[in-house]
Design a protein around this ligand. Sequence first.
Ligand code: GN1
Ligand code: CA
Length: 163
Amino acid sequence: MILPKRLIVGLISLCLMIRCTGGNERCGASIRGACPPAWSQWGDKCYKQLSKDLPWAEAKQECINMGSVLVMPQSQEETDFLQKNLVPYFRINCNDLQVEGTWVCQDGATDVEYRNWRVETGEPNNDGRGEDCAAADETGWNDVPCENHVPTICKRPAPQLHF
Ligand code: GN1
Ligand code: CA
């Protein structure tokens, strides 16, 4: 049987994309799709800034309503992308609401160890009447009152096509 060249190339590409996990009988392949319109892509993640600056609890809920989570960057590289391409100052999903001084930073359900507190002003300093929610700017992280209206970025995985 003579196979058309396009089919052969297609089959080879498909084989190259297939990755088998060691010890697992099943092999799978996936292709990373593009983010939906109006979402910015970085690797396999999509980001969108809310049209309104919101207090922490509302921001978190608004991201969930959009099928995403309040952003919690896991690295300086991720932060740089967001500050350059979306907004230089934004709320991050990091708070010490439960135990003052114990910061819980989560990207979805994943605990994030990365920290970048601004040292010059001694952050986090729980200034004034108390500050339990963190925000990032180019000088690092600062704790601010959770009720403050702060620019918000939501994050979700880029679509993956599995076959
Ligand atoms: C800001 O506005 P001021 O100076 O009292 C900041 C604090 C910082 C402080 C550092 C809402 O407080 O979180 O710790 O600068 N407040 C806000 O000097 O951003
Ligand atoms: Ca502060």
